[in-house]
Design a protein around this ligand. Structure first.
Ligand code: NAP
Length: 685
């Protein structure tokens, strides 16, 4: 099979002879790969001129629904991907992480996009900043999609997940992508891209694929483009210093290798649940994907006195690992992706052995069930131990990207911190303890050196997603050696593909541009109550200022009776006056909120369908018996739902007293029919 690239909407076979790729289990040829003859400049232009505009015409919600459709489509083809994934040496469980884990990130980004982003083209970042004394000049940070292409250079170990976890946020942001999978396992990424293209879900130009080298691709990039690199630190550093990347300030995100550590607490001796969880996790991290995970535990930090017990327990568990053809019954660990990879791991293990002892497994003598032991890329789990880890740099610097881990003893918590930090920046670390003080000391000590930290104990062990699992809602990436980049982390990951702009102008204008009303003068008076308007008829900034209503002591007492809330500040004048914030009895905050609703609600059936919550509720000034309230109620933001005849309206609600002091402020969240006629028509029906 000659792998093709997907260039300017066409599948293109390379001009020259390809580099052969081999099956990890039996060594048979799987594919040939080459990108010779591709016009990389034209690819960049096609992405910028065709894919970008088409994506940017869509709203965040439309793009989010596109991701969901894509995920559903890929799920239908998953068995085909699983079959091909076997050639990478993966077991079914390994492939699940890659294939369904990858598809899962698309679902996750689809959900987040619809829940946390507006159905609009502008993403608003934080609250507005008032910039003038009179409140007539304001600032608002907003994000807009970059107008270039995102070049994704991916590592070989997760050909599907590595591609999809970047594609999700990129497409949601509204940016087209050029994906370059690592050659060794590109056949699986290529197959997935074929299925994506066939589905016709993405607009033309949104996705292109390079199978083979990137040629002069980077020479064509400028400041509207972005590169996200995943792979070894050496390759990444070279690319980061590419003259065009530097000169044009091309955004460059690097996810590199890392010597992740996992720390067993001194309290977690044999017999404790944390001890068992630790042993299980270290073995899982050594064997999942044959240890070819950037997040795998490479350094197991253990109190010196527990070292023999941990070594024994790990040895016994590793004895149960069966290496071989993942299709065969009982096989628990497959092969590395290629024999070149095996050779590289062997060399790294030799380097590690200069300061460590091999305490379990042998790279030269091991059993393989099925497959072709001579031509397949097999290696058993190898556990090393370095007794003086403070004296040797290698254990903190040499990454053996395979089923390899080194046990490192520590003498006290400060030393555990010091050892973990010697990785000089890691993607992830974990601490296994049931001791709050130890856990906190570790988190404070090693937190700044990590992108993600797990604290595992008996309370969360059973449900933990594991040391080595990046999650779409949490950031993936780490400082220093790990590359200094960040991916995913929910909407944070989307913003990498967008430009943050500090918008300045009048509150009304900025509100209308950004799609979220900014508090300024009272709402524009309108004879029609906003509750009588459908979503499509309402305009941001429209609203009402209500009449005023006095709040008497008797009403406060009736509210206390009705709600059962008899807190002394509402009921006992003397006790209330002794409180530093009050001069006497005050109205319940929840009474104020309820009375405010009584003022702004227009009760007859209409387009407003339901109130589904309040946000950002604050009480600013106490309300005393005899005071009165009035409400300024303004349409703040509209979020129509795609494929539904209703959407969300966020209202800004401000309650003032008779002295125009702000008593309470909050957002009211409602569901509103698209048009005022919808509801009436429904009622007539
Ligand atoms: P790699 O050799 O550095 O390659 C990574 C990617 O860079 C591949 O797509 C490779 O393509 C490409 N590449 C190599 N030279 C290039 C050049 N001059 N210009 C443009 N692209 C170039 O890494 P790998 O062997 O695939 O992956 C293993 C490493 O990645 C491990 O060190 C692991 O820790 C790290 N990793 C990190 C993460 C993370 O999220 N931090 C995730 C997975 C893996 P070719 O394959 O065609 O050479």
């Amino acid at each position: 099979m000659r792998l093709c690239s997907y260039v300017q909407g066409e599948w293109v076979e390379s001009a020259g002879a390809g580099t052969p790729l081999f099956h990890a289990i039996d060594g048979s040829p799987v594919a040939e790969i080459s990108s010779e003859g591709i016009d990389f400049g034209a690819m960049v232009r096609w992405g910028r001129e065709t894919g970008g505009p088409a994506l940017r015409r869509m709203t965040f919600h439309q793009r989010a629904l596109m991701l969901k459709a894509l995920a559903l489509h890929l799920l239908q083809h998953k068995e085909e991907f699983y079959r091909l994934s076997r050639a990478t040496g993966a077991t079914r469980d390994d492939s699940w992480i890659d294939i369904e884990g990858g598809i899962g990130t698309l679902f996750a980004y689809s959900g987040k996009g619809r829940r946390e982003m507006p159905n609009d083209h502008v993403y608003i970042d934080g609250a507005p900043e008032t910039l003038s004394r009179g409140g007539g000049f304001t600032g608002q940070h907003v994000y807009l999609p970059l107008e270039g292409v995102a070049v994704h250079i991916n590592a070989y170990n997760f050909p599907c997940w590595g591609m999809l976890e970047k594609l999700g946020p990129t497409l949601l942001a509204g940016m087209p992508a050029i994906v370059k999978p690592a050659s060794q396992t590109a056949y699986l990424a290529e197959r997935m891209v074929r299925r994506i293209v066939e589905a016709g879900i993405l607009p033309a130009g949104a996705l292109q694929l390079i199978c083979g080298g990137v040629g002069d691709l980077l020479d064509h990039l400028d400041c509207q483009d972005a590169v996200t690199f995943t792979g070894s630190a050496t390759t990444g550093l070279g690319l980061k210093q590419h003259p065009v990347i530097v000169a044009n300030a091309v955004r460059f995100t690097m996810e590199a290798d890392s010597l992740n550590s996992s720390i067993l607490g001194p309290d977690a001796g044999p017999g404790t649940p944390e001890f068992d969880l630790y042993v299980e996790e270290v073995v899982r991290e050594m064997t999942t994907k044959c240890g070819q995970k950037c997040t795998a535990i490479r350094r197991a930090l253990v109190p010196r006195e527990l070292l023999p017990a941990v070594g024994d327990a790990l040895g016994k568990t590793l004895d149960r690992v069966v290496v071989g053809d993942p299709d065969l019954e009982g096989v628990t660990m497959g092969a590395l992706a290629s024999r070149a990879q095996v050779q590289e791991v062997r060399e790294r293990v030799e380097q590690l052995r200069r300061c460590s002892e091999l305490v379990h497994g042998s790279p030269d003598r091991f059993e393989v069930r099925g497959g072709d032991p001579q031509r397949g890329a097999f290696l058993p789990p190898l556990l090393l131990r370095c007794d003086e880890p403070l004296r040797h740099r290698e254990v903190h610097e040499v990454e053996a990207f395979g089923p390899v881990c080194t046990l490192l003893p520590y003498d006290d918590p400060a030393q555990a911190v010091e050892l973990a930090r010697r990785g000089r920046g890691s993607l992830v670390g974990s601490v296994f303890t049931f001791d709050d003080d130890f856990a906190r000391e570790m988190v404070l000590g090693i937190g700044p050196w990590h992108g993600r930290l797990l604290v595992i104990d008996r309370e969360c062990g059973a449900e933990s997603t594991g040391h080595g699992s990046p999650l779409p809602s949490l950031i993936h990436g780490g400082p220093g050696r790990a590359g200094g980049g960040q991916e995913m982390g929910g909407i944070r990951g989307v913003l990498h593909y967008m430009q943050c702009v500090a918008l300045q102008g009048s509150p009304g204008r900025i509100g209308r541009i950004s799609g979220r009303w900014i508090p300024g003068p009272d709402p524009v008076p309108d004879p029609v109550h906003p509750f009588r308007k459908g979503l499509d008829e309402l305009e941001i900034g429209q609203g009402i200022v209500t009449r005023s209503r006095a709040i008497g002591l008797e009403e406060i007492e009736r509210f206390a009776e009705l709600s059962g809330d008899r807190f002394y500040a509402h009921m006992d004048a003397q006790a209330a006056a002794a409180n530093p914030f009050f001069e006497g009895r005050v109205a319940h905050g929840y009474f104020i909120v309820s009375a405010a609703a009584g003022l702004f609600v227009d009760p007859a059936p209409g387009p407003v369908l339901a109130n589904y919550g309040l946000e950002n509720l604050r009480f600013h000034t106490p309300l005393y018996p005899g005071d009165s309230i009035r409400v300024a109620f303004t349409c703040k933001q509209k979020t129509p739902r795609e494929n539904e005849d209703y959407g969300e309206v966020r209202w800004d609600c401000r309650v003032f007293n008779q002295r125009d002091e702000l008593v309470a402020s909050y957002d009211v969240l409602t569901l509103v029919a698209r048009s005022s006629g919808d509801r009436l028509a429904a009622e007539r029906a």
